[in-house]
Design a protein around this ligand. Structure first.
Ligand code: NAP
Ligand code: G4F
Length: 330
């Protein structure tokens, strides 16, 4: 019998790559989706086989919400998954300053609600909890690893620190199999359009096609350790194939500034980014995370995981996809 996985956040960037990976591995995949006024299945549509009018029996969606514990209990008791990938969150750092209460509700408290529902139902799935490098707040002299301390610099990061520690607590208190991934930024053509890398590839593609003159960004000096989402979902799966739960940093170990990424992307189009990119204070955050760089030695050793995609290759993949996307829209 095939294993059953439940994914929260299945409509998001990582959800879409994880569905693809798990279906390839012959899992029966269940996803939790929110009711939205516009249909938001774009990233996972191809796995639903909607066009053939034949529902994919291996990929099933359920309405629910992380702020609605009743819906979580209902889905969990119906599906009884072997593995849960908990990716659902209000994941935009900048926006978390605008909606801090909701961010905590969904990202922090939502994690507790999910864990409580699992515990009360007395089911024993392996659980992946989507932690973030934002929890560190800043890069010190050494690369950040599982032992580095947290200093959250946004309502989002504070909510993720709560989610991380409640997961550790449930693991220790109730012997639940919960692994925290501490993932550094990872990007792809499926990245939300208001995260900086996608904003840059989409903006550069529009400028290249003559549809736009300028690209307005915020802080160009911030540095991030950017990897490819497709590589990172493999690490999530590997964490749940281990005998013991644990916490793992997933990163490339190399960081670049937003300015560097602009240079790479516009450079691929033979354009000089300085002629097009503007930095505007309106996109600056009240507290910024200036620099992040991760040390994923533990994951490399224990999971046998390593990143496969360089930043330049990632930029190429995203840019190509955005040029095609805009041409189709036109
Ligand atoms: P994303 O694209 O923003 O997707 C977030 C997902 O969460 C979406 O499916 C969204 O549903 C869902 N969601 C939001 N609020 C919800 C709620 N109240 N109830 C149920 N579902 C809800 O994020 P991502 O980039 O795929 O990231 C996946 C997870 O990893 C997130 O927890 C994120 O915080 C974390 N993370 C991401 C990165 C990164 O660089 N991408 C790094 C570290 C950690 P809708 O489609 O309906 O909005
Ligand atoms: O792309 P970002 O919005 O990603 P951020 O804030 O690092 O958060 C992402 O990665 C985290 C992992 O570390 C995840 F946990 C989180 O869920 C999310 O996926 O911004 C990256 C950097 C920031 O320093 C920001 O200030 O880019 C800077 N930036 C400069 N101009 C901009 C812009 N960010 C955005 N979103 N938009 C801009 O115009």
């Amino acid at each position: 019998m095939s294993k059953k996985a439940l994914i929260t956040g299945v409509t998001g960037q990582d959800g879409s790559y994880l569905v693809e990976l798990l279906l390839k591995k012959k899992y029966e995949v269940h996803g939790l989706v929110r009711r939205t006024s516009t249909f938001n299945r774009g990233r996972i549509e191809k796995f639903l086989n909607l066009k053939n009018d034949k529902q994919n029996k291996k990929f099933i969606l359920h309405y629910g919400d992380l702020v609605d514990s009743g819906s979580l209990t209902k889905i969990l008791s119906k599906v009884k998954p072997n593995e849960i990938y908990h990716l659902g969150a209000q994941s935009h750092v900048g926006t978390s300053f605008e909606i801090p209460e909701y961010t905590l509700e969904a990202t922090g408290y939502g994690t507790l609600k999910l864990l409580e529902a699992i515990r009360n139902l007395k089911i024993y799935p392996k659980i992946y909890q989507a932690g973030s490098s934002e929890m560190y707040g800043n890069f010190s002299a050494n690369k950040l690893n599982e032992n580095s301390s947290f200093h959250p610099r946004s309502p989002y990061a504070a909510a993720k620190v709560y989610a991380h520690w409640i997961a550790v607590n449930y693991r220790e208190a109730y012997n639940m199999f919960i692994s925290n991934g501490i993932l550094f930024n990872h990007e792809s053509p499926n990245r939300g359009e208001n995260f900086v890398t996608r904003k840059i590839t989409l903006g550069a593609a529009m400028i290249y096609l003559g549809l736009r003159k300028k690209l307005v960004l915020g802080n160009l000096e911030a540095k991030r350790d950017w990897g490819y989402a497709k590589d990172y979902v493999e690490a999530m799966w590997l964490m749940l194939q281990q005998k013991k739960p644990d916490d793992f940093v997933i990163s490339t170990g190399k960081s670049h500034s937003v300015r560097d990424f602009c240079k790479i992307v516009f450079g691929l189009l033979n354009l000089d980014y300085k002629k097009f990119v503007i930095s505007d204070k309106k996109y600056f955050r009240p507290t910024e995370v200036d620099s992040l760089e991760g040390d994923s030695a533990k994951a490399r050793k224990l999971l046998g995981w390593q990143p496969k995609t360089s930043l330049k290759s990632l930029a190429k993949i995203m840019l190509k996809s955005d040029i095609e996307y805009i041409k189709k829209l036109k």
